[in-house]
Ligand binder design. Sequence first.
Ligand code: TRP
Length: 372
Amino acid sequence: MAKFTVTPWEVTGNIDYDEIQRKFGTTPIDDTLIQRITKYGDPHFMLRRGIFYSHRDLNWILDRYDAGKKFVLYTGRGPSGGTHLGHIMPWMFAKWIQDTFDVSMYFQMTDDEKFLFKDLTLHDIRNTAYENALDFIGLGFDPEKTKIILNTECVKTLYPLALKVAKKVTFSTAKAVFGFENSANIGQIFYTSMQAAPAFLASETEGKEIPCLIPCGIDQDPHFRVARDVATGLGYPKPCMIYCKMFPGLNGEDKMSSSDENITIYTVDTPKIVKKKVGRAFTGGCVSVDEQRHKGGNPNVCAVFKYNYCMFEHDDCKLEELSNRCKNGEILCGECKAILTQKINAFLEKHQAKREEAREVVDSMTFDGFKW
Ligand code: TRP
């Protein structure tokens, strides 16, 4: 048994992404598919680098698109805490899809989910959701084509859809897919139908088949397996998925966890905090400078390199050069950390300005017109 867990509620250990894919039954994104995507635009670096690495029915949705049928995008956030880099990684990719294919986006904020699964009040969760929404909007989603759903506010629209889903999912399926014990509260058992609902929203509102593409972390697949299973029976197209790996922690582990704030960079962190956190990051360096000059470092295990790989160095040539200079012992960890700190701080400075501007539009981008 591999020592890792990937479920919608828990991601721990050293994740074997190929095994997850096999277990979930999703399809690898191969060179042929990436080649196909070049038709619409330069493939995003997260595709080229295998960060978005797995999918369900992407070819089908592209066939539809080629035939003139636009899809909608759908992704979401469970607002349990401040936004960190691990959250915005897939959102950046989603924004690229919106721009490349000129499509609409539903962003679901599951305050209900976090209430049911965590020891938090609805009031606090709503405030967190507002803050998270600023980050999402700050990434530059088209205000005309992007709608933010807050489950407890948009329930009038979502509930009828969720009911249709719920009626088709038995308790034994929910137990098998999510591993619920008898102690699970009954809201948790129902919840997956709320996460499925936005996948069918466009088809329902338009009264015709509108394909839906969901970019997100592969940990969410159990929800969407259920959604796909019931789709046809409800007269909706099966939602399609494009899945990414988890964003690494600064300690070199596979997932940046919100529970350990030292290994996590939040979008509101100050330059000083970023410097401190990156300064303590796990690297692939040697114990002494001499040894490292001689033997070189190991970028494969290095959190600083992973951050460049996943988010902060978009240029493949420069990334390769960094890797080579590390392996040759030309660049040492201190210098590399200083460069990454600068890159992160430059990004955050701009992002923080944009998330402030987002306060002006956050009310105009809500689904069903609710007010924060
Ligand atoms: N369950 C997700 C979380 O805890 C939130 C979510 C809702 C979501 N709908 C989604 C994530 C669609 C990805 C795609 O973060």
